[in-house]
Design a protein around this ligand. Sequence first.
Ligand SMILES: NC(=O)c1ccc[n+]([C@@H]2O[C@H](COP(=O)([O-])OP(=O)(O)OC[C@H]3O[C@@H](n4cnc5c(N)ncnc54)[C@H](O)[C@@H]3O)[C@@H](O)[C@H]2O)c1
Length: 329
Amino acid sequence: MSPTPGNAQKFAREHGIPNHFTQLDQMLALDEIHLVVIGAPNYLHCEITLKAAAAGKHIVVEKPFCMNMAEADLMIDTCKKAGVKLMYAEELCFTPKYVRLKGLLDEGALGKPILLKQSEKHDGPHAPHFWDVERSGGGVSMDMGCHAFQFFRWMNSNNPVKSVYAQMSTSVHNEKTRGDDNGIIILEFENGVTAMAEESWTKPGGMDDRAEVYGTEGVAYADVLQGNSIQTYSQKGVGYAVEKAGDTKGWSFTMYEENWNYGFPQEMEHFVECVKNDRTPLVTGEDGRAVMEIIFAAYESAGTGKKVSLPFKTDAQKPIDLWKKSHNG
Ligand SMILES: NC(=O)c1ccc[n+]([C@@H]2O[C@H](COP(=O)([O-])OP(=O)(O)OC[C@H]3O[C@@H](n4cnc5c(N)ncnc54)[C@H](O)[C@@H]3O)[C@@H](O)[C@H]2O)c1
Protein backbone atom coordinates (compact mmCIF):
# COMPACT_ATOMS: atom_id res chain seq x y z
CA MET A 1 0.00 0.00 0.00
CA SER A 2 1.29 3.43 -0.92
CA PRO A 3 -0.63 6.62 -1.70
CA THR A 4 2.00 7.55 -4.28
CA PRO A 5 0.54 6.50 -7.65
CA GLY A 6 2.30 3.46 -9.12
CA ASN A 7 4.51 2.62 -6.09
CA ALA A 8 2.45 -0.24 -4.64
CA GLN A 9 1.49 -1.47 -8.09
CA LYS A 10 5.16 -1.74 -9.11
CA PHE A 11 6.07 -3.51 -5.85
CA ALA A 12 3.15 -5.96 -6.22
CA ARG A 13 4.12 -6.74 -9.82
CA GLU A 14 7.78 -7.34 -8.94
CA HIS A 15 6.94 -9.66 -6.02
CA GLY A 16 3.89 -11.48 -7.41
CA ILE A 17 1.51 -10.00 -4.82
CA PRO A 18 -2.16 -10.26 -5.88
CA ASN A 19 -3.43 -6.99 -4.34
CA HIS A 20 -2.13 -3.47 -4.12
CA PHE A 21 -3.73 -0.36 -2.63
CA THR A 22 -3.47 3.42 -2.54
CA GLN A 23 -5.77 3.65 0.52
CA LEU A 24 -4.61 2.34 3.90
CA ASP A 25 -8.16 1.62 5.12
CA GLN A 26 -8.84 -0.63 2.11
CA MET A 27 -5.75 -2.69 2.82
CA LEU A 28 -6.44 -2.93 6.56
CA ALA A 29 -10.00 -4.14 5.81
CA LEU A 30 -8.58 -7.32 4.24
CA ASP A 31 -8.92 -10.22 6.73
CA GLU A 32 -6.26 -12.32 5.02
CA ILE A 33 -3.60 -9.76 5.97
CA HIS A 34 -2.29 -10.67 9.43
CA LEU A 35 0.69 -8.34 9.72
CA VAL A 36 1.89 -5.08 8.26
CA VAL A 37 5.32 -3.52 7.84
CA ILE A 38 5.33 0.26 8.22
CA GLY A 39 7.96 1.59 5.83
CA ALA A 40 6.49 5.07 5.44
CA PRO A 41 8.22 8.38 6.34
CA ASN A 42 8.94 8.77 10.08
CA TYR A 43 6.12 11.24 10.87
CA LEU A 44 3.54 8.65 9.78
CA HIS A 45 4.80 5.71 11.87
CA CYS A 46 2.58 6.46 14.88
CA GLU A 47 -0.60 7.26 12.92
CA ILE A 48 -0.33 4.08 10.81
CA THR A 49 0.53 1.94 13.86
CA LEU A 50 -2.64 3.09 15.64
CA LYS A 51 -4.80 2.32 12.58
CA ALA A 52 -3.18 -1.07 11.99
CA ALA A 53 -3.56 -2.03 15.67
CA ALA A 54 -7.24 -1.03 15.58
CA ALA A 55 -7.64 -3.35 12.59
CA GLY A 56 -6.04 -6.21 14.59
CA LYS A 57 -2.85 -6.48 12.51
CA HIS A 58 0.52 -7.39 13.95
CA ILE A 59 3.01 -4.62 13.23
CA VAL A 60 6.63 -4.11 12.21
CA VAL A 61 7.69 -0.46 12.49
CA GLU A 62 10.72 0.70 10.53
CA LYS A 63 13.41 2.75 12.26
CA PRO A 64 13.38 5.32 13.80
CA PHE A 65 10.41 4.21 15.91
CA CYS A 66 8.48 7.50 15.72
CA MET A 67 8.82 11.28 16.23
CA ASN A 68 8.62 11.69 20.02
CA MET A 69 8.22 9.99 23.39
CA ALA A 70 4.46 10.57 23.63
CA GLU A 71 4.01 8.77 20.29
CA ALA A 72 6.25 5.93 21.46
CA ASP A 73 4.18 5.40 24.61
CA LEU A 74 0.91 5.57 22.67
CA MET A 75 2.11 3.04 20.07
CA ILE A 76 3.26 0.54 22.71
CA ASP A 77 0.12 0.96 24.81
CA THR A 78 -2.29 0.74 21.87
CA CYS A 79 -0.69 -2.45 20.52
CA LYS A 80 -0.81 -4.04 24.00
CA LYS A 81 -4.49 -3.18 24.42
CA ALA A 82 -5.30 -4.43 20.90
CA GLY A 83 -3.42 -7.69 21.58
CA VAL A 84 -1.18 -7.32 18.52
CA LYS A 85 2.56 -7.91 18.39
CA LEU A 86 4.83 -4.96 17.75
CA MET A 87 8.37 -5.31 16.44
CA TYR A 88 10.85 -2.45 16.09
CA ALA A 89 12.69 -3.15 12.83
CA GLU A 90 16.37 -2.89 13.73
CA GLU A 91 17.95 -5.13 11.16
CA LEU A 92 21.45 -4.85 12.65
CA CYS A 93 20.28 -7.39 15.26
CA PHE A 94 19.80 -9.80 12.32
CA THR A 95 22.84 -8.82 10.21
CA PRO A 96 24.71 -12.15 9.92
CA LYS A 97 28.14 -10.62 10.53
CA TYR A 98 26.94 -8.71 13.59
CA VAL A 99 25.10 -11.78 14.92
CA ARG A 100 28.46 -13.62 14.76
CA LEU A 101 30.15 -10.63 16.42
CA LYS A 102 27.67 -10.75 19.29
CA GLY A 103 28.26 -14.52 19.47
CA LEU A 104 32.01 -13.89 19.96
CA LEU A 105 31.25 -11.49 22.79
CA ASP A 106 28.65 -13.80 24.39
CA GLU A 107 30.96 -16.84 24.37
CA GLY A 108 33.61 -14.79 26.18
CA ALA A 109 36.14 -14.88 23.33
CA LEU A 110 36.77 -11.14 23.70
CA GLY A 111 36.56 -11.04 27.50
CA LYS A 112 34.35 -8.34 29.01
CA PRO A 113 33.38 -5.51 26.64
CA ILE A 114 35.07 -2.14 27.23
CA LEU A 115 34.34 -0.11 24.09
CA LEU A 116 31.77 -0.66 21.34
CA LYS A 117 31.86 1.30 18.09
CA GLN A 118 29.43 1.32 15.19
CA SER A 119 29.13 3.64 12.24
CA GLU A 120 26.99 4.18 9.18
CA LYS A 121 28.04 6.64 6.54
CA HIS A 122 26.92 7.59 3.04
CA ASP A 123 26.44 10.80 1.07
CA GLY A 124 22.82 11.48 2.00
CA PRO A 125 19.31 10.02 1.74
CA HIS A 126 17.43 9.45 -1.51
CA ALA A 127 14.00 10.98 -0.67
CA PRO A 128 12.97 14.55 0.31
CA HIS A 129 11.19 13.53 3.55
CA PHE A 130 14.54 12.61 5.17
CA TRP A 131 15.88 16.15 4.66
CA ASP A 132 12.70 17.83 5.93
CA VAL A 133 12.98 17.78 9.74
CA GLU A 134 9.23 18.35 10.08
CA ARG A 135 8.71 14.91 8.54
CA SER A 136 11.88 13.15 9.73
CA GLY A 137 12.34 14.64 13.22
CA GLY A 138 16.10 15.03 12.86
CA GLY A 139 19.14 14.48 10.70
CA VAL A 140 21.68 11.71 10.43
CA SER A 141 22.08 11.22 14.19
CA MET A 142 18.42 10.18 14.28
CA ASP A 143 18.21 8.48 10.88
CA MET A 144 21.34 6.33 11.24
CA GLY A 145 22.32 6.88 14.88
CA CYS A 146 19.22 4.88 15.82
CA HIS A 147 20.87 1.80 14.25
CA ALA A 148 23.97 2.22 16.39
CA PHE A 149 22.01 2.83 19.61
CA GLN A 150 20.01 -0.38 19.33
CA PHE A 151 23.15 -2.24 18.18
CA PHE A 152 24.94 -1.09 21.37
CA ARG A 153 22.00 -2.00 23.63
CA TRP A 154 21.78 -5.45 22.02
CA MET A 155 25.54 -6.09 22.17
CA ASN A 156 25.60 -4.96 25.81
CA SER A 157 22.66 -7.24 26.75
CA ASN A 158 20.26 -4.32 27.31
CA ASN A 159 22.30 -2.86 30.16
CA PRO A 160 20.77 0.58 30.90
CA VAL A 161 22.33 3.65 29.29
CA LYS A 162 23.60 6.08 31.93
CA SER A 163 24.51 9.12 29.86
CA VAL A 164 24.74 10.48 26.33
CA TYR A 165 27.13 13.06 24.86
CA ALA A 166 26.91 14.24 21.26
CA GLN A 167 28.59 16.55 18.79
CA MET A 168 26.59 17.36 15.65
CA SER A 169 27.05 19.59 12.64
CA THR A 170 25.47 20.48 9.34
CA SER A 171 28.71 20.54 7.41
CA VAL A 172 27.76 20.17 3.74
CA HIS A 173 23.98 20.12 3.22
CA ASN A 174 22.96 23.49 4.77
CA GLU A 175 21.01 24.41 1.64
CA LYS A 176 19.02 21.22 1.80
CA THR A 177 18.24 20.65 5.47
CA ARG A 178 18.07 22.03 8.99
CA GLY A 179 19.10 18.58 10.17
CA ASP A 180 22.59 17.43 11.16
CA ASP A 181 24.59 15.72 8.41
CA ASN A 182 27.35 14.51 10.74
CA GLY A 183 27.18 13.27 14.31
CA ILE A 184 29.40 11.65 16.89
CA ILE A 185 27.51 10.26 19.84
CA ILE A 186 29.05 8.70 22.95
CA LEU A 187 27.02 6.49 25.27
CA GLU A 188 28.02 5.48 28.76
CA PHE A 189 26.35 2.31 30.10
CA GLU A 190 25.71 1.55 33.76
CA ASN A 191 28.04 -1.48 33.58
CA GLY A 192 30.91 0.81 32.54
CA VAL A 193 30.88 0.04 28.81
CA THR A 194 31.45 3.04 26.53
CA ALA A 195 29.95 3.12 23.04
CA MET A 196 30.66 5.50 20.21
CA ALA A 197 28.50 6.03 17.15
CA GLU A 198 29.79 7.85 14.08
CA GLU A 199 27.16 8.90 11.55
CA SER A 200 27.53 10.80 8.29
CA TRP A 201 25.43 11.94 5.36
CA THR A 202 28.47 13.50 3.68
CA LYS A 203 30.69 10.50 2.95
CA PRO A 204 31.08 9.77 -0.78
CA GLY A 205 32.00 6.39 -2.25
CA GLY A 206 29.08 4.20 -1.16
CA MET A 207 27.53 3.05 2.06
CA ASP A 208 29.73 2.12 5.05
CA ASP A 209 28.46 -0.04 7.91
CA ARG A 210 31.12 -1.06 10.41
CA ALA A 211 31.49 -2.14 14.02
CA GLU A 212 34.35 -2.67 16.43
CA VAL A 213 34.27 -4.46 19.78
CA TYR A 214 37.12 -3.99 22.24
CA GLY A 215 37.12 -6.38 25.18
CA THR A 216 39.42 -7.17 28.11
CA GLU A 217 40.75 -10.23 26.26
CA GLY A 218 40.25 -9.53 22.60
CA VAL A 219 39.09 -7.29 19.83
CA ALA A 220 36.93 -7.81 16.73
CA TYR A 221 36.26 -5.67 13.67
CA ALA A 222 33.30 -6.22 11.35
CA ASP A 223 32.69 -4.44 8.06
CA VAL A 224 29.27 -5.43 6.71
CA LEU A 225 29.58 -4.05 3.18
CA GLN A 226 33.17 -3.53 2.03
CA GLY A 227 34.27 -6.53 4.08
CA ASN A 228 31.81 -8.75 2.23
CA SER A 229 32.12 -7.27 -1.22
CA ILE A 230 33.94 -8.26 -4.39
CA GLN A 231 36.83 -5.86 -4.92
CA THR A 232 36.19 -4.86 -8.50
CA TYR A 233 38.15 -2.86 -11.06
CA SER A 234 36.13 -1.80 -14.13
CA GLN A 235 37.04 0.69 -16.84
CA LYS A 236 33.36 1.05 -17.83
CA GLY A 237 31.87 1.05 -14.35
CA VAL A 238 29.53 -1.41 -12.65
CA GLY A 239 25.74 -1.34 -13.20
CA TYR A 240 25.09 -1.67 -9.46
CA ALA A 241 27.90 -1.96 -6.89
CA VAL A 242 26.44 -1.02 -3.51
CA GLU A 243 23.86 1.41 -2.08
CA LYS A 244 24.83 5.02 -2.95
CA ALA A 245 28.03 3.87 -4.68
CA GLY A 246 28.28 6.93 -6.95
CA ASP A 247 30.78 6.58 -9.79
CA THR A 248 31.95 2.95 -10.08
CA LYS A 249 34.62 3.43 -12.75
CA GLY A 250 37.96 2.09 -11.56
CA TRP A 251 37.97 0.35 -8.20
CA SER A 252 34.65 -0.32 -6.48
CA PHE A 253 33.19 -2.66 -3.89
CA THR A 254 30.59 -4.84 -5.56
CA MET A 255 28.06 -6.21 -3.11
CA TYR A 256 26.19 -9.50 -3.48
CA GLU A 257 23.03 -10.59 -1.61
CA GLU A 258 22.89 -7.09 -0.12
CA ASN A 259 19.53 -7.60 1.62
CA TRP A 260 20.66 -10.88 3.17
CA ASN A 261 23.96 -9.36 4.34
CA TYR A 262 21.97 -6.63 6.13
CA GLY A 263 19.59 -9.18 7.64
CA PHE A 264 16.33 -7.81 6.21
CA PRO A 265 14.79 -11.15 5.13
CA GLN A 266 15.94 -12.79 8.39
CA GLU A 267 14.31 -9.95 10.37
CA MET A 268 10.95 -10.40 8.62
CA GLU A 269 11.13 -14.19 8.88
CA HIS A 270 11.73 -13.81 12.63
CA PHE A 271 8.60 -11.69 13.04
CA VAL A 272 6.48 -14.16 11.04
CA GLU A 273 7.71 -16.92 13.38
CA CYS A 274 6.89 -14.75 16.41
CA VAL A 275 3.34 -14.20 15.16
CA LYS A 276 2.87 -17.89 14.22
CA ASN A 277 4.22 -19.23 17.52
CA ASP A 278 3.13 -16.40 19.83
CA ARG A 279 6.65 -15.36 20.78
CA THR A 280 8.06 -11.96 21.76
CA PRO A 281 10.16 -10.40 18.99
CA LEU A 282 13.91 -9.96 19.55
CA VAL A 283 13.44 -6.19 19.14
CA THR A 284 10.25 -4.77 20.67
CA GLY A 285 8.38 -1.48 20.83
CA GLU A 286 10.05 -0.90 24.20
CA ASP A 287 13.45 -1.14 22.46
CA GLY A 288 12.24 1.37 19.87
CA ARG A 289 11.21 3.67 22.73
CA ALA A 290 14.59 3.26 24.49
CA VAL A 291 16.35 4.23 21.26
CA MET A 292 14.11 7.31 20.94
CA GLU A 293 15.10 8.39 24.46
CA ILE A 294 18.79 8.13 23.49
CA ILE A 295 18.13 10.11 20.30
CA PHE A 296 16.45 12.92 22.29
CA ALA A 297 19.29 12.91 24.84
CA ALA A 298 21.82 13.13 21.98
CA TYR A 299 20.14 16.20 20.44
CA GLU A 300 19.85 17.79 23.90
CA SER A 301 23.56 17.18 24.44
CA ALA A 302 24.49 18.61 21.03
CA GLY A 303 22.33 21.66 21.87
CA THR A 304 23.71 22.31 25.35
CA GLY A 305 27.25 20.99 24.88
CA LYS A 306 26.75 18.91 28.02
CA LYS A 307 26.58 15.23 28.86
CA VAL A 308 22.92 14.24 29.41
CA SER A 309 21.91 11.71 32.08
CA LEU A 310 19.24 9.10 31.50
CA PRO A 311 16.35 8.63 32.14
CA PHE A 312 15.73 11.72 30.02
CA LYS A 313 12.21 13.09 29.96
CA THR A 314 11.11 15.56 27.33
CA ASP A 315 7.91 16.94 25.83
CA ALA A 316 9.73 18.03 22.65
CA GLN A 317 7.78 17.21 19.50
CA LYS A 318 10.86 16.01 17.66
CA PRO A 319 14.56 15.50 18.49
CA ILE A 320 15.90 18.31 16.30
CA ASP A 321 13.97 20.86 18.43
CA LEU A 322 16.40 20.22 21.29
CA TRP A 323 19.47 20.92 19.16
CA LYS A 324 18.42 24.01 17.22
CA LYS A 325 16.27 25.60 19.92
CA SER A 326 16.90 29.13 18.75
CA HIS A 327 16.48 28.30 15.06
CA ASN A 328 12.97 26.83 15.23
CA GLY A 329 10.61 27.84 12.45
N1 LIG B 1 16.12 -0.26 8.25
C1 LIG B 1 16.73 0.47 7.34
O1 LIG B 1 17.92 0.34 7.13
C2 LIG B 1 15.96 1.49 6.56
C3 LIG B 1 16.42 1.86 5.29
C4 LIG B 1 15.67 2.81 4.58
C5 LIG B 1 14.56 3.38 5.14
N2 LIG B 1 14.15 3.01 6.40
C6 LIG B 1 12.97 3.65 7.02
O2 LIG B 1 11.81 3.34 6.27
C7 LIG B 1 10.95 4.48 6.20
C8 LIG B 1 10.70 4.83 4.73
O3 LIG B 1 11.94 5.14 4.11
P1 LIG B 1 12.19 4.85 2.54
O4 LIG B 1 13.63 5.03 2.27
O5 LIG B 1 11.57 3.55 2.16
O6 LIG B 1 11.38 6.05 1.93
P2 LIG B 1 10.74 6.14 0.46
O7 LIG B 1 10.40 7.57 0.27
O8 LIG B 1 11.62 5.44 -0.52
O9 LIG B 1 9.40 5.29 0.57
C9 LIG B 1 8.37 5.68 1.44
C10 LIG B 1 7.07 5.06 0.97
O10 LIG B 1 6.04 5.46 1.88
C11 LIG B 1 4.91 5.82 1.13
N3 LIG B 1 3.99 6.67 1.87
C12 LIG B 1 3.95 8.03 1.89
N4 LIG B 1 2.88 8.43 2.63
C13 LIG B 1 2.27 7.31 3.06
C14 LIG B 1 1.09 7.09 3.83
N5 LIG B 1 0.36 8.11 4.29
N6 LIG B 1 0.73 5.81 4.07
C15 LIG B 1 1.48 4.80 3.61
N7 LIG B 1 2.57 4.94 2.86
C16 LIG B 1 2.97 6.19 2.60
C17 LIG B 1 5.48 6.50 -0.09
O11 LIG B 1 4.53 6.58 -1.12
C18 LIG B 1 6.63 5.54 -0.42
O12 LIG B 1 6.16 4.45 -1.17
C19 LIG B 1 11.62 5.59 7.00
O13 LIG B 1 11.10 5.60 8.29
C20 LIG B 1 13.09 5.17 7.01
O14 LIG B 1 13.78 5.66 8.13
C21 LIG B 1 14.82 2.06 7.10
